[in-house]
Write a protein that binds this ligand. Structure first.
Ligand SMILES: [Zn+2]
Length: 164
């Protein structure tokens, strides 16, 4: 397992919830799928695992959502350092993939200098980790209680180069 890198955490909120998100105050979250993009300079896997612990101390905006009563972690995709993509680039690719739904402007983006609308995107329709992993060839998948999974996306994508 690599040490530092980027991650996109996928969470399902099972019912509409009003949650107080630190300095952003009370916010309304419709039921659906939420994707939060972040990074860790080291211990990336630990950072991700922290997000599926309901006992996490509320340090980041996302902690308020991940510890909400009706939230359920699905897992995360991780991209190692040196993969040639920045946190904000990854964030926007995820946004474009799921329709650019921004539930709370500036959520998770306090430190963002690239002008992202938020580092949290929303989709009312189901989103899968495998679908998210399509955004980068080096993306791997982490799920609670499972080993890191590095899908061969080219094979899964079914793009065959038969040219006979
Ligand atoms: Zn950003």
């Amino acid at each position: 397992m690599f040490d530092g890198g980027l991650y996109v955490f996928l969470l399902r909120l099972k019912s509409a919830s009003t949650i107080t998100v630190g300095a952003l105050g009370e916010q309304f979250f419709p039921p659906g799928w939420y994707m939060y993009t972040g990074s860790a300079k080291k211990n990336l896997q630990k950072r991700v695992e922290r997000h599926w612990s309901v006992k996490a101390k509320r340090r980041w905006h996302f902690d308020h959502l991940s510890t909400a009563l009706d939230s359920e972690p699905v897992g995360a995709i991780v991209v190692p350092d040196g993969a040639g993509i920045t946190e904000c680039e990854l964030n926007r690719k995820i946004g474009a993939l799921v329709g650019n739904g921004v539930p709370v402007p500036k959520f998770g983006a306090s430190d963002c200098k690239a002008g992202c609308p938020a580092h949290l995107y929303f989709s009312g329709a189901p989103v899968s980790l495998l679908g998210l992993a399509q955004v980068h060839e080096k993306a791997a998948i982490l799920m609670p209680g499972a080993d890191l999974w590095e899908p061969n996306l080219q094979e899964l994508g079914g793009s065959d180069n038969n040219s006979d």
